[in-house]
Ligand binder design. Structure first.
Ligand SMILES: O=C(O)CCC(=O)C(=O)O
Ligand SMILES: [Fe+2]
Length: 279
């Protein structure tokens, strides 16, 4: 097994078969996941059952309330864009599930059908984002908490692309459940539950406010943090191939699915894993 550190964020792991991992290989992968925040595998050949079995070695599966499920495997969420759909899922910097009290640990995304070109996914390190803040900024955000919400994304007032009813069917549902979801707060800087390292934990999709500040003050601070976190120096652009898998940690990375393959189909299978409260 080889683990190659990538520029910006992440590591690529080659020379293993996820269907037949030994305990020692599994431990090395777990360490790489904690250290790097996102790990990539190539040339894997997983059936849906293999995907589920691999996921279950890590943590219980979290069945996403808003994403359409695989017709035969409710544990698998469909991250799909059909030929005639315009908008994609995850087409802006975000991290999944920060709107939950116990945000999902991460997701294992398996490529099933790829456009001939385009459809890369960007990842950014929130460890690096935190570490590279200047001391004054670190001091300014120390002890702050942020409010996270899913209402404006998955609720009935949500962005059109998340409530799309265009050809290809609904990819996102359950708006009524999102409408009544209580907002939650998490620390702006978390201590990562696996690595013990500090990470910046706000994101442009689901963070709506800094607790105790006005909307104006919140937006001013969040914009500064986002501008810093989006720095290309903390990012890596992953090019999918048949057999590719990305496994990211929602607490230490952001991701962004590029939407640059209009007129072509892209089908991904996602399994999301349960996480824990963040401190
Ligand atoms: O399609 C992708 O590359 C990622 C989409 C996304 O944001 C997700 O699955 O959480
Ligand atoms: Fe996502």
């Amino acid at each position: 097994m080889q683990i190659e550190t990538l520029p910006g964020v992440g590591a690529e792991i080659t020379g293993i078969d996820l269907k037949t991992l030994t305990d020692a290989e599994f431990d090395a992968i777990r360490q790489a996941y904690a250290d790097h925040g996102v790990i990539f595998f190539r040339d894997q050949d997983l059936t849906e059952d293999d995907h589920i079995a691999f996921a279950e070695r890590w943590a219980p599966i979290n069945v996403n309330r808003f994403f359409a499920a695989h017709p035969d495997y409710p544990q698998i969420a469909m991250v799909a864009k059909e030929k005639d759909q315009k908008d994609n899922i995850g087409g802006g910097w975000h991290t999944d599930h920060s709107y939950d009290e116990e945000p999902a640990m991460g997701s294992i995304l398996v490529a099933r059908e790829l456009p001939e070109r385009g459809g890369d996914t960007m990842f950014a390190s929130m460890y690096r984002a935190y570490e590279t803040l200047d001391d004054a900024m670190k001091k300014e955000i120390e002890g702050l908490r942020a409010v996270h919400s899913a209402k404006h994304i998955f609720g009935s007032s949500g962005a059109t692309y998340y409530n799309t009813t265009d050809a290809g069917g609904n990819r996102i549902g359950n708006a009524a459940a999102a409408d009544v979801l209580a907002d939650v707060t998490h620390p702006v800087v978390i201590t990562h539950p696996l690595s013990g390292k500090k990470a910046l934990y706000v994101n442009p999709a689901f963070t709506v406010k800094i607790a105790g500040k006005t909307d104006e003050q919140s937006q001013a601070l969040l914009s500064r943090l986002y501008a810093h976190a989006m720095d290309q120096a903390h990012a890596y652009r992953f090019k999918w191939q048949p057999g590719s898998i990305a496994f990211w940690d929602n607490r230490s990375t952001w991701h962004w699915a590029m939407n640059d393959y209009h007129g072509h189909r892209r089908i991904m299978h996602r399994i999301t894993l349960e996480g824990c409260a963040l401190n």
